[in-house]
Design a protein around this ligand. Structure first.
Ligand code: 5GP
Ligand code: ZN
Length: 110
């Protein structure tokens, strides 16, 4: 499958890693929209929120634990977590990911 985040998870494309374990990877966004802009992904391919099921939703809970750990380690207390699903919502990479945005005051929702 030609998926850029699968390639990043496999180490085939370099990334600036923040956190990694057996199932999850976090790395800095290549085009940061805020001083802190980190992407957290499952290593296994899930196309987006629309593909979360009873069978794979455990990884989403784990990702939120990882988000809490990463932000605590970085000392970022105020942040936003975003996952875009579908082109009209702004999804450009069709591998489930959660943006962590912080480091400046965040306004509005879109
Ligand atoms: P989306 O638009 O799908 O919600 O978010 C995809 C994000 O992935 C964008 O913020 C974009 O900057 C980021 N991105 C796309 N390609 C790469 C890449 O090769 N490396 C990194 N670190 N981020 C990427
Ligand atoms: Zn993928």
């Amino acid at each position: 499958m030609d998926c850029i985040f699968c390639k990043i998870a496999a180490g085939e494309i370099p990334s600036k890693k923040v956190y990694e374990d057996d199932t999850v990877l976090a790395f800095y966004d290549i085009q940061p929209a805020a001083p802190v802009h980190i992407l957290v992904i499952p290593k296994a391919h899930i196309s987006g929120c629309c593909d979360v099921t009873a069978e794979n939703s455990g990884i989403v809970a784990h990702i939120f634990e990882v988000i809490a750990k990463i932000t605590a380690d970085l000392g970022v207390t105020d942040y936003r977590v975003v996952s875009n699903n579908g082109t009209e919502a702004g999804q450009t990479v069709f591998h489930l990911h959660f943006h962590i945005l912080g480091g400046r005051p965040l306004k509005g929702m879109c």
